[in-house]
Design a protein around this ligand. Structure first.
Ligand SMILES: [Mn+2]
Length: 341
């Protein structure tokens, strides 16, 4: 799937004022792609504002040391969107993902552009530059720059490297191709230092997070002959370790590393007693459908839902639902984790 960039080059040369947006809870692909695009456009003499539906998470501020990405509602942001000639949405094609930026985008008279690699897609009324086979929006932008002859400086190289590295799980997901490695080689040549960026992305943990990981993985268990792996987090775990809910990210992936596990979940108790669940699947089980049973959703291999508590009632419901998805008997009470309260 090769994108024809002629139309985009024409849009860029005909306009001066650009707004760039990405999805809620921006990740490194969202932010890296926005900032790289801002860099390209500014080098062409354009005026660029980055306005997102969410604040930049503190773990990613290293990508944006000057705080260029602003949250909608901050002074001047609505005016910037209203006055822009071109509004570019990167790394999403869904109204829901635009959250509070959505209405401003819908009402604006600006030319609208989407650059994205996601399969799920709404009609945003935009000119689309999409490649659903691409490993990352950052990868799409790298190939755009190559095609259009736009120079990649060290700053842009770092931003695109992080975008691609994170969306491919450090170059190992099935979306990773030889094209990915060619892009990465060029970005390293342009000044992106993998060891520095790896440390920025993955080695900024806290002692509290490490302790929470120990507690939560210490109680991991399996059911359905090892085909289901799971664990849970109680609010008391946060109090005991000093960790934060964001520190539970990725723990579900650790459960899926068990050789026999085909699917996994982590149930995280909230202070209002609701239970937030993340599901993961290796191949066969469609965890989007499991999540939908609980009013949630997502992708076939990664999804989420929020259940009513208490935790020790939510857990057997979750286990039975996954046992059903695996075609196993409902989990026996022997499989259930120790009482949580
Ligand atoms: Mn992406």
């Amino acid at each position: 799937m090769t994108i024809d960039w002629t139309g985009f080059a024409e849009i860029v040369s005909a306009a001066e004022r650009f707004v760039l947006t990405s999805h809620v809870r921006p990740d490194a692909d969202a932010l890296g792609s926005e900032l790289a695009m801002a860099g390209f456009l500014e080098r062409l003499g354009k005026s660029v504002t980055v306005v997102n539906p969410s604040e930049t998470p503190h773990t990613l501020t290293f990508l944006d040391p000057d705080g260029r990405a602003r949250k909608i509602g901050e002074p001047g942001t609505l005016e910037e969107i209203r006055d822009a000639e071109v509004h570019v949405v990167l790394d999403t094609s869904a109204w829901k993902q635009l959250a509070e930026v959505g209405p401003a985008f819908r009402e604006s008279a600006a030319k609208k552009v989407v650059i994205d690699h996601h399969v799920s897609s709404d009609d945003l009324g935009a000119v689309e530059f999409k490649n659903t086979a691409a490993e990352a929006t950052g990868g799409i932008l790298f190939r755009m720059a190559e095609t259009l002859g736009w120079e990649i400086d060290e700053t842009i190289a770092r931003q695109l490297f992080c975008a691609i590295a994170t969306d491919t799980g450090w170059f190992r997901f099935p979306s990773t191709t030889s094209e990915t490695y060619r892009a990465i080689a060029a970005l390293v040549d342009a000044g992106a230092a993998p060891h520095v960026l790896y440390r920025e992305l993955y080695e900024k943990s806290s002692l509290a997070r490490l302790k929470l990981t120990g507690v939560v993985l210490g109680r991991a268990a399996v059911a359905c002959d090892g085909r289901l792996a799971y664990t849970y987090v109680a609010t008391s775990d946060f109090e005991q370790t000093g960790a934060h809910p964001v520190d539970t990210e990725n723990l579900v992936n650790e459960c899926l590393k068990i050789e026999t596990a085909e699917c996994a979940f982590i149930a995280v108790e909230q202070w209002n007693k609701q239970v937030k669940v993340s599901f993961r699947s290796r191949d066969r089980v469609d965890v989007a459908r499991v999540a939908e049973r609980f009013g949630g959703g997502g992708h076939q291999k990664a999804s989420g839902a929020t259940l009513d508590g208490p935790l020790d009632e939510a857990l057997p419901r979750l286990m039975d639902s996954l046992a059903d998805a695996l075609g196993c008997q409902p989990c026996s009470s022997a499989d259930l984790p120790a009482k949580t309260t």
